[in-house]
Design a protein around this ligand. Structure first.
Ligand code: FES
Length: 354
């Protein structure tokens, strides 16, 4: 079961103007719990202005480096990411959940695979972890990275990636794609989308000879690349993807259980506004039903991991499909993950402000 421990910040390193990476000190006794697999993420928790805030961020280190480090890109209005970019310092402590996530394939030193990754912006974070692990553990495998950013100065981990290219010469190919800075070639200017993906497959990789694809970036990019690759005949099982939404990536996680909701009337309070809507019996969660009713509720992963959709149940009963984010005391106190909750009574009252 995932668990929080308080870990000391070992280093806050500025990667770009809008992104830091944060390394943690892991005491010897906790090392087994913080052993991670390439591509996994950590949920961080702290108190900001008297309120608990938690967010998940992908690990950018390789599991073979003896480092636990995440990257945190500053988001507009992002409380945690702003705090991490502007205030967090070496020696501070944060509550860190044990690593989670399934964005990886098993490594084997005998593999002779070709991996191709498409990343945009901070979507590079889990990809960097995967890339380093593959290059370290699979000496006969090769890796091709297509990495989209606005400009050269917003490329996160630029130097580290250059270093890897030199270290693993011949096995790592990197193609930067910039949307707000002119490049010599049109092929590498613009956003990574369906058209670019087709062009890359035409000119730089043979899609049928690629063993695994890893995609991480905004939803639209992931869908476009995935659809383009499948239309070219790439088997879906070779395409692994993770959305980054507010630094959290749980959406790709499969629900372990699909509870059914009873027909109910739901009342929600958010930012002081109260609204009510019906939820038909079926498999919709409270969050899904609210979205269908036109409400805009906070959420990120929809996978029961990030806690963004947390609210307090004031009346009625619900059942959650999975819960990787709430502590037993919170559940005890009536908190629920609305992205995982199904009503069990005909009236449910939920408060996001509590
Ligand atoms: S949206 Fe992440 S736990 Fe519900």
């Amino acid at each position: 079961m995932p668990k929080f421990h308080s870990l000391k910040v070992k280093e806050v390193r500025r990667e770009t103007d809008g992104c830091v990476s944060v390394a943690f000190e892991v005491p010897e006794s906790l090392k087994p719990e913080y052993r991670f697999i390439q591509g996994q993420h950590l949920t961080l928790k702290t108190e900001l202005e008297g309120e608990e805030v938690r967010r998940s961020y992908s690990i950018c280190a390789s599991p073979f480096d003896d480092t636990l480090r995440v990257a945190i890109k500053k988001l507009e209005g992002g409380r945690f990411s702003t705090f991490a970019n502007e205030k967090l310092q070496k020696g501070d402590s944060l509550d860190v959940m044990t690593p989670m996530g399934r964005f990886f394939t098993d490594l084997n030193p005998n593999n002779e695979k070709h991996y191709v990754a498409f990343a945009a912006g901070s979507g590079i974070t889990p990809i960097l972890s995967i890339m380093k692990a593959v290059l370290q553990r699979e000496p006969k495998s090769e890796f091709t990275l297509f990495y989209g950013n606005q400009r050269v100065d917003t490329i996160i981990f630029r130097e580290e990636i250059e270093g890897l290219k030199n270290e693993y010469m011949g096995r790592l190919s990197v193609f930067h794609v910039l949307s707000r800075e002119l490049q010599g070639s049109e092929l590498f200017s613009g956003r990574i989308d369906a058209e670019k993906c087709s062009a890359f497959c035409d000119k730089l990789v043979s899609p049928q000879q690629v063993d695994e694809y890893f995609l991480c970036g905004p939803e639209s990019m992931i869908h476009e690349i995935r659809d383009t690759l499948t239309a070219m005949g790439v088997d879906k099982s070779k395409i692994h993807f993770e959305l980054f939404i507010a630094g959290l990536n749980g959406k790709a996680q499969k629900k372990q259980k699909e509870s059914r909701s009873v027909e109910a009337s739901i009342q929600i309070t958010l930012d002081g506004n109260t609204f009510e809507f019906p939820l038909a019996s079926g498999s919709d969660t409270i969050l899904e039903a609210a979205q269908k009713a036109g409400a805009s509720l906070p959420f990120a992963c929809k996978g029961g991991v990030c806690c963004t959709c947390r609210a307090k149940l004031l009346e009625g009963e619900v059942e959650m499909d999975v819960n990787y984010a709430l502590e037993p005391e919170e559940v005890e106190a009536g908190y629920i993950l609305t992205c995982q909750s199904h009503p069990k009574t005909d009236r449910v009252v939920v408060d996001f402000d509590s």
